[in-house]
Design a protein. Structure first.
Length: 432
């Protein structure tokens, strides 16, 4: 069997295994090792398993992932999300649609210290949804806002997805984190503008909450010193060149732990729960990473990236036509796969195409992560939608998707803006 035939068969088997609910990392590893063994022999393939696994779990660079995951776990367990929501709510909750605005703002703040879309969506399903329902917000709107706000976790630093993209493509993770700031802030601003438009078009659709007193506002500001300090410590140190990304993750995890202890928010049970949560998530991420690396060796030996590059650049539709095809592919795959799995599986194939077409790899990282995150809320299957449904039992999938549709339109518009004006993503990395 020729190398091309083996590669095609490998992809067919891979997607068949995923449809059979085999974990993505296991499926990629199995296909990668089997294909490599067929083309190069069993002994080299077995050596590859041991070397790849050991090199991945002991790599200093890859240490950034468990450290930021541990920081996010401590932050989630210590109740910082509630403080962020309460602070935002006291200032803008009295406006029509104000609880939705407060949810977006607090999702952005929580995303900036957790780095996870799924964690942000799950957390605010428990924190913001009951408050919105208590004041009469429609189910569809409340869940749609939370689903959209959750996607900020992948864009605002420290983003696990951006970190993995940087590790796979060997790009500077610090630059990628800087590149995500302005697009992330743009996302927050456009989501809030979407809520303002909904209020203007349908004046009676969203209610008002009571106005908070000055004392309540000051009290809520006193509660957010901890997340603000943690953000300044980690992101300020990273951007100032004091820490490497891995060191920043370690400092962030230690800082979140100490703040939780000093404020009496982390007892033995909470610490144990945080460690277990971070360990489980890190194990899942590393399983996918190892599987993807094994699959990557199979792709290399069959020369799939080179052949895909030749095919796409030879279509005659120009760089932006090829980029549009890639983005459509990610939107379709977002209906079937997890965001991290999509990045790990496809970037080794797509990245050579992007560099060949002359696109900036840092800018492309932001664009592709944003497109992947759109897949998290895109019907018929969106990971954030499933997470919200698992937390809020009495809401239907159709209600969540109905509420998220305006934000999907906003995301598509934001993608067009970032493609038309790459400087939005590249300005900060060029200045620091």
């Amino acid at each position: 069997m020729s190398g091309d035939a083996v590669a095609i068969l490998g992809f067919v088997v891979l997607f068949a295994l995923m449809l059979l609910r085999v974990p993505v990392g296991m499926a990629m590893g199995l296909v990668g090792v089997s294909g490599y063994a067929y083309l190069s022999g069993g002994a080299p393939a077995l050596k590859l398993i041991g070397q790849t696994s050991m090199r991945t779990v002991t790599s200093y660079q890859f240490g950034v992932i468990p450290m930021f995951l541990l920081m996010g776990a401590f932050v989630s367990t210590s109740g910082i999300s509630r403080e962020l929501f309460r602070a935002a709510n006291t200032f803008i909750g009295h406006r029509r649609g104000g609880l939705g605005l407060a949810t977006i703002m607090s999702c952005g703040g929580f995303a900036a210290i957790s780095g996870s879309s799924v964690a942000t969506a799950a957390t605010f399903s428990a924190v913001a949804y009951p408050e919105m329902r208590r004041y009469g917000y429609p189910q569809s709107f409340a869940t749609g806002v939370i689903a959209a706000g959750g996607t900020l976790g992948a864009m605002l630093p420290p983003s696990t997805v951006l970190a993995v993209y940087g590790l796979i493509t060997q790009q500077d993770i610090g630059k990628l984190f800087r590149a995500g700031i302005l697009p992330g802030l743009l996302a927050m601003t456009m989501y809030m503008a979407t809520i303002a438009i909904i209020v203007r078009v349908k004046p009676g659709y969203l209610p008002k909450a009571p106005r908070a007193s000055r004392e309540e506002r000051l009290r809520s500001l006193r509660d957010v010193w901890a997340p603000a300090l943690l953000f300044l410590l980690v992101i300020g140190g990273l951007y100032g060149g004091v820490f490497t990304p891995t060191e920043a993750g370690g400092v962030g995890a230690s800082g979140a732990f100490l703040l939780g202890i000093l404020r009496g928010r982390l007892g033995k049970a909470e610490i144990r729960a945080s460690l277990l949560q971070a360990t489980r998530t890190a194990a899942a991420v590393f399983t996918v990473l190892i599987g993807a690396l094994l699959f990557g060796y199979f792709l290399t030996i069959t020369q799939v990236p080179q052949k895909v590059t030749e095919f796409l650049t030879g279509l005659g539709i120009g760089p932006y036509g090829v980029l549009a095809l890639i983005m459509v592919m990610y939107l379709v795959m977002g209906c079937l796969m997890d965001a991290l799995a999509m990045i790990i599986l496809t970037v080794p194939i797509i990245f050579p195409v992007v560099t060949e077409l002359g696109f900036d790899p840092i800018w492309f990282g932001v664009i592709i992560v944003m497109t992947v995150e759109l897949g998290l809320i895109h019907p018929p299957v969106g990971m954030n939608v499933f997470v919200i449904k698992s937390v809020i039992q009495d809401v239907s999938f159709s209600s969540i998707f109905k509420g998220v549709l305006p934000f999907i339109a906003t995301d598509i518009l934001r993608l067009i803006i970032l493609i038309a004006f790459p400087i939005i993503a590249l300005w900060l990395p060029s200045r620091m």
